[in-house]
Write a protein that binds this ligand. Structure first.
Ligand SMILES: CC(C)(COP(=O)(O)OP(=O)(O)OC[C@H]1O[C@@H](n2cnc3c(N)ncnc32)[C@H](O)[C@@H]1OP(=O)(O)O)[C@@H](O)C(=O)NCCC(=O)NCCS
Length: 164
């Protein structure tokens, strides 16, 4: 199953992606805005291949530009039809508009194909680039939340009518 944006395509992560993802998440620059700590192979296998654990479901995707993998994006939910998106792209491709394209494509898929009613994304208040990118994808700031690990987060909600 593929989800097409205008400039990116999302495909489901498979177990064969473990070496690729483990390489990315072991890089401190890659995880700078994703907890800041490099992840072990085992953590990646547990967390980022997609999972279903009781009510908690994580749908994991590789972001492609053409045929080239450029990042990881996931949709998570712990109650039906309400959940969020997280994304991290390779540093080398930041600033080219791929992030908003991929996030917008996944948000529209969740809303239009899966019927999700409420979709959030929650960058650090310090992550100015991400906040701008998610606004471009159609998310609007809603509230702030204090995360014990990551500090203050800006909770942004997908507002379908505001899509660029
Ligand atoms: C966040 C991320 C997905 C955004 O994707 P992207 O493809 O780099 O986004 P864009 O190319 O649209 O650039 C973001 C926007 O922020 C702006 N921007 C970049 N750095 C900025 C800064 N320091 N201050 C203000 N604006 C900034 C850019 O100018 C651009 O806006 P514009 O198109 O209006 O000029 C990507 O940068 C990424 O993966 N970052 C690391 C992981 C991360 O932060 N994930 C989010 C965790 S919630």
């Amino acid at each position: 199953m593929m989800i097409a944006g205008e400039r990116t395509v999302l495909r489901r992560v498979t177990p064969d992606d473990l070496p690729l993802l483990a390489g990315w998440f072991a890089d401190t620059e890659f995880v700078r805005w994703w907890g800041g700590v490099a992840k072990s192979n085992d953590e990646v296998a547990l967390q980022y291949l997609g999972r279903e654990d009781g009510d908690e479901v994580v749908q994991a995707f590789i972001v492609l530009h053409g045929d080239v993998p450029i990042g990881y994006i996931q949709a998570w939910n712990d109650e039906p039809l309400i959940g969020g998106i997280d994304i991290v792209l390779l540093p080398a491709v930041h600033g080219r508009g791929y992030g908003p394209d991929a996030v917008g494509a996944l948000a529209r898929y969740l809303r239009d194909e899966l019927g999700w009613k409420h979709i959030t994304i929650d960058p650090s208040v310090r992550n100015v680039r991400a906040i701008r990118a998610f606004e471009k994808a159609g998310f609007v700031p809603e509230s702030e939340l204090l995360d014990p690990r990551d500090g203050p987060l800006l909770v942004m909600t997908f507002a379908p009518d505001a899509v660029r």
